[in-house]
Design a binder for this molecule. Structure first.
Ligand SMILES: N[C@@H](CCC(=O)N[C@@H](CS)C(=O)NCC(=O)O)C(=O)O
Length: 209
């Protein structure tokens, strides 16, 4: 029997990224919904993710936290899904996955919070400037159909999710290249399945409180 997969999530969270990746992989999984501020911060869930944040996954006895790591882990754990390039061809795959988890996420969060890096400190901040991050990302999504070349991969799930949320909530500039790239991803069946499941879970939460 294969190891059970559990997705710990809340439908109004980055947990949507992990669900999209699980739908791309196609392996069966069970969902556990955590509530902000209560079950998410309780001892039981902190034994899964000491940060008390979602998402996390359990795959048998293996626990993975952090969206980018969950995407990369699942791509490797289920190679038949074809979501990671061969090891020797992973340069762009790693590059953009880590770029999104580090510089992109930090630049966008700081901007949303109104935190401005003083000009003279840009050299010590990993992302430098929000503008450089946007321009770099734009050249990456313009270069090929997908972030790591001409094949869809787990890196698209992660980078694409950040772009999709950013475009939806206005935290990332609506550049044509971003919209075209994300539009391509949003047509995927797995993306739509994941969205439908999370929207249904969100509606259920609204009813039950
Ligand atoms: N770096 C983490 C971020 C996870 C995160 O911040 N999740 C938020 C929801 S989007 C959360 O669980 N917040 C609840 C809290 O911190 O109490 C990842 O990429 O998975």
């Amino acid at each position: 029997m294969s190891d059970e997969i559990v997705l710990y999530t809340n439908p109004m969270s980055r947990g949507r990224i992990a669900r999209w990746m699980l739908e791309e992989v196609g392996a069966p999984y069970r969902t556990e919904i955590l509530h902000f501020g209560t079950t998410m911060k309780g001892d039981t869930y902190r034994s899964v993710n000491p940060m008390g944040k979602v998402p996390s996954i359990a795959h048998g006895k293996t626990i993975v936290t952090e969206c980018a790591a969950i995407c990369a882990y699942l791509a490797d754990a289920f190679p038949q899904a074809g979501l990671a390039p061969a090891p020797a061809k992973r340069a762009d795959y790693y590059r953009w996955m880590f770029f999104a988890a580090g510089p992109l996420e930090a630049a966008v969060s700081n901007r949303v919070l109104g935190f401005e890096v003083p000009k003279e400190r840009e050299r010590m901040v990993g992302y430098g400037t929000y503008q450089d991050v946007m321009d770099t990302l734009e050249s990456a999504v313009r270069a090929n159909a997908y972030i790591a070349g001409d094949t869809f991969s787990a890196a698209d799930v992660y980078v694409g999710s950040q772009l999709g949320y950013g475009l939806q909530f206005g935290t990332i500039e609506k550049r044509a290249a971003f919209e075209q790239y994300f539009g391509r991803l949003a047509r995927r069946e797995a993306y739509q399945r994941a969205n439908d499941k999370d929207n249904a879970a969100a509606a259920e939460l609204q009813k039950t409180g």
